[in-house]
Design a protein around this ligand. Structure first.
Ligand SMILES: Nc1ncnc2c1ncn2[C@@H]1O[C@H](COP(=O)(O)OP(=O)(O)OP(=O)(O)O)[C@@H](O)[C@H]1O
Ligand SMILES: [Mg+2]
Length: 343
C-alpha cells in the first residue's frame, strides 16, 4: 500500500497529542504544551536530555515539553488565548513534534501528510492562517490540512485504523447516513460539532469554556476552606480527588465535583442550544477530549445516546491520522482509476 506517512497533530492548550501512521506502524507521542526561551545548562546529562527537547525559531532557542516545565519555573500552561498559534512558542512546539517523531523512528517525515485542528468557532476565520503558520515550522515537502478539532473525534469513531469508513457506524438500517453530535472537552475550550447525514453543519459548530475554568473555580472553593492550591495541583485533583498538603492527603472529591459542575452546566446549555431540535434525531452524541469522563457522567442523564469515546484524550489526534489515511487511499484509488481510464 501507500508508503506516505500521515501525522495527526492535536496542539491542545494543555498537551500536544501526536499520532502517526507510517508503513503500517502506529506511533503516538504526548508532551506538555510548554515552551520557554532556552538557557545554557552546565550539567552534561541534563544538557544532553534538554538538547532533544530544544528547538530553534528565528535564531532563538526554546525548551519544549518537560524540559520547559522543569527548567522554566512555570506555574501554568501557555497559550490560554486564541492567538497563541501566532507565537514563536507554537512554532517551537510544532517543530518539536517532528523532532520527537523522528527520534521515535517514524520514516518519511519530509513528505508527510499532516492534519491539524482549530477550535470549532475559529475554523472559518483561522484555518488558512494556521496552515501558513504551521508550514513555517515543518519540512518543505509536507502537506497540511486543517479541520475543526471535534471532527477528529468524529473520524476516530466512524473510520477504522486504516482510514476506511465503518459501515455500521455510518449507515443506518434504512440506508440513510447516520447523524452525530460531538462534544470535545479540552483544557481551554470545549468544542461542538454537528454532522447531519455526513454533512458538516455550520450552525452546530461553536466553542465554550474548557476545564481550566473548573480548575480556577476549584482554587476558589478550596480557598474558602483555607486550603491553598496551584492551578496545576487543582487539575491533578480532577484525577486524584485529593490534595497533598504538608505530608497529608486531603480528600476533596466534593469540591472537585462542585467546581466541575459549573463548567459542565455551561457545556450542557451550549449543547442544548446547538443541538436542540436535532438532539432527538441524532444517532449518537460523541463525548471526547481529556474531560470526557466528567462531561459524559452528566450528559448521559439527559441524552441517553451519549457515547463516551475510548481513549478520549487521544481521540482528536487519532481521528486526524485516520482521516489522513483515508485521504491517501482515496487519492490512490482515483489515480488508479485515471490510469485505467487512460490506458
Ligand atoms: N477526570 C477528569 N475530569 C475532568 N477533567 C479532566 C479529568 N482529567 C483531565 N481533565 C482535564 O482535561 C484537560 C486536558 O484535556 P485535553 O488534553 O483534551 O485538553 P487540550 O487538548 O490540551 O486543551 P484544548 O483542546 O482546550 O486546547 C485538562 O484541563 C484537565 O484538567
Ligand atoms: Mg484539545
Amino acid at each position: 500500500m501507500q508508503s506516505r506517512t500521515v501525522v495527526g497533530l492535536d496542539t491542545g492548550r494543555s498537551a500536544i497529542k501526536v499520532v502517526a501512521y507510517a508503513e503500517g506502524a502506529r506511533f503516538s507521542i504526548m508532551y506538555p504544551t510548554l515552551a520557554v526561551p532556552a538557557v545554557e545548562l552546565t550539567d552534561p546529562t541534563t544538557a544532553e536530555r534538554a538538547k532533544s527537547e530544544t528547538e530553534i525559531v528565528d535564531g532563538k532557542a526554546y525548551f519544549t515539553g518537560d524540559t520547559a516545565r522543569l527548567q522554566g519555573n512555570l506555574t501554568s500552561s501557555i497559550g490560554l488565548n486564541d492567538d497563541w498559534t501566532d507565537t514563536p512558542e507554537y512554532q517551537a512546539l510544532v517543530k518539536s513534534a517532528f523532532t520527537r517523531l523522528h527520534k521515535a523512528g517514524v520514516p518519511n517525515l519530509d513528505s508527510a501528510y499532516v492534519v491539524i485542528g482549530t477550535p470549532s468557532k475559529l475554523y472559518g476565520t483561522r484555518q488558512e492562517r494556521l496552515v501558513e503558520k504551521t508550514k513555517l515550522a515543518l519540512p518543505k515537502g509536507v502537506e497540511i490540512k486543517a479541520l475543526p478539532q471535534p471532527m477528529g473525534a468524529y473520524c476516530d469513531y466512524v473510520l477504522d485504523k486504516s482510514g476506511m469508513p465503518i459501515k455500521d457506524k455510518l449507515i443506518g438500517p434504512s440506508g440513510r447516513t447516520k447523524s452525530y453530535g460531538v462534544i470535545e472537552g479540552g483544557h481551554f475550550s470545549t468544542d461542538f460539532l454537528l454532522m447531519k447525514e455526513g454533512q458538516y453543519i455550520e450552525r452546530g459548530a461553536d466553542s465554550c469554556s474548557g476545564m481550566s475554568a473548573a480548575a480556577e473555580q476549584l482554587r476558589r472553593v478550596l480557598a474558602k476552606r483555607n486550603l491553598t492550591a496551584s492551578l496545576v495541583e487543582c487539575e491533578e485533583a480532577f484525577r486524584t480527588k485529593t490534595l497533598f498538603q504538608f505530608g497529608e492527603e486531603i480528600p476533596i472529591a466534593n469540591e472537585v465535583l462542585e467546581a466541575q459542575s459549573h463548567v459542565v452546566q455551561e457545556i450542557i446549555s451550549k449543547g442544548n442550544s446547538l443541538f436542540a431540535d436535532d438532539a432527538r434525531s441524532l444517532n449518537g452524541i460523541l463525548i471526547a477530549g481529556g474531560s470526557a469522563d466528567a462531561i459524559h457522567a452528566i450528559t448521559s442523564q439527559t441524552w441517553k445516546h451519549s457515547i463516551l469515546m475510548e481513549n478520549s484524550r487521544w481521540s482528536v489526534a487519532e481521528g486526524f491520522a485516520r482521516y489522513g489515511l483515508g485521504q491517501l487511499i482515496r487519492a490512490s484509488i482515483s489515480a488508479i482509476q485515471q490510469v485505467a481510464a487512460n490506458g
